[in-house]
Design a protein around this ligand. Structure first.
Ligand SMILES: Nc1ncnc2c1ncn2[C@@H]1O[C@H](COP(=O)(O)OP(=O)(O)OP(=O)(O)O)[C@@H](O)[C@H]1O
Ligand SMILES: [Mg+2]
Length: 292
């Protein structure tokens, strides 16, 4: 479905955002995880046909994104929710979607209306569809964004950091909405929150400093930390000796630390099952840093 070969991207100012990316993405829900500045947005903009590559090749649905014709064909089949979606604050949700549908080339008015009403229903915004967007909460705006990306029934949905700024409840709802989408089209989701992908993605890549440092199933990422996750209960000082604390829990008899590393004999450490987040943090700390 998507094939990326030896892709690099250097911005005009000289920042090398992507280096030698090789990726194949199949159907289902694909997660792209990495810290700030890893290159997630750059990669997604390239996949959406909005940013040119410096070298290498990208094909989406067998279309070469390096050619104008290929890009045009692929773009008609995909929907994109950017990290920063520009809204028209004085338009209502319904008006905004109508406007976006026209831009996407849905010229038939009746067809547009049917599609928009369906999408409003799907993202649960029908009741507020005539309110101006400037009165919407962050979560509601994200849902308008998803509806916008789904106009024209794309076969590929690209969503960049869709859960940023959402409260935990809204985040869970949004995740479920995306999982639902993944049943009918391929979804590529970028995030720096590992939790966002733990329940929904069957395949993921971890990016760091413009490179892919891990590619596989969530369970394989969890494996990275196996044998290196412990809890230690301490009364006073936090643990030292090269251990990194992932989380803490206040107990009646001290503080329980969840740590990554190999605790030495000073600590009474209990080994525990790693989580996806443990695997991610372990990988970030131990991934071989390429020299070139
Ligand atoms: N338009 C631009 N011009 C110059 N440099 C840019 C531009 N956009 C991004 N960069 C740089 O490219 C690198 C990758 O940025 P990118 O936005 O792709 O990362 P990201 O993984 O999406 O980060 P975040 O989690 O903060 O959204 C960063 O060093 C960034 O400063
Ligand atoms: Mg980004």
């Amino acid at each position: 479905m998507i094939e990326i070969h030896n892709l690099s991207k250097t911005y005009a100012g000289g920042v090398q955002a992507l280096t030698g990316i090789d990726l194949k993405i199949e159907s289902g829900m694909f997660g792209l995880v990495g810290p700030n500045g890893a290159g997630k947005t750059s990669l997604m903009r390239i996949l959406a046909g909005l940013l040119r590559v410096s070298s290498g090749s990208v094909s989406v649905f067998g279309q070469d994104m390096g050619t104008a014709a290929g890009k045009q064909t692929a773009k008609a089949l995909l929907g994109y929710l950017p990290q920063e979606l520009g809204f028209y604050p004085t338009l209502s949700a319904r008006e905004f979607l109508d406007y976006m549908a026209i831009l996407k080339g849905v010229t038939d008015k009746r067809l547009r209306q049917t599609q928009i009403e369906q999408l409003l229903e799907e993202v649960r915004l029908t009741d507020v569809a005539d309110r101006r967007l400037k009165t919407f909460s962050g979560g509601m705006k994200r849902r308008v964004g998803i509806a916008q990306a789904l106009l024209g029934n794309p076969k590929l949905l690209i969503v960049d950091e869709p859960t940023v700024g959402l409260d935990p409840e809204e985040r869970v709802r949004f995740r479920n909405l995306l999982s639902g989408m993944a049943k009918r089209c391929t979804v590529i989701l970028s995030t720096h929150i590992v939790e966002d992908i733990s329940h929904s993605c069957n395949d993921l890549a971890v990016m760091s400093k413009g490179r892919v440092i891990f590619r596989g199933a969530p369970a394989e990422l969890v494996q990275q930390a196996r044998g290196n996750v412990f809890t230690v209960l301490l009364r006073d000082e936090p643990p030292d000796g090269g251990l990194s604390v992932v989380s803490t829990l206040q107990m009646t008899d001290g503080v329980q630390y969840r740590v990554l590393g190999k605790p030495d004999g000073r600590y009474e450490a209990k080994p525990i099952e790693p989580s996806l987040e443990d695997g991610y943090i372990w990988l970030m700390q131990h991934a071989a840093q390429p020299t070139s």
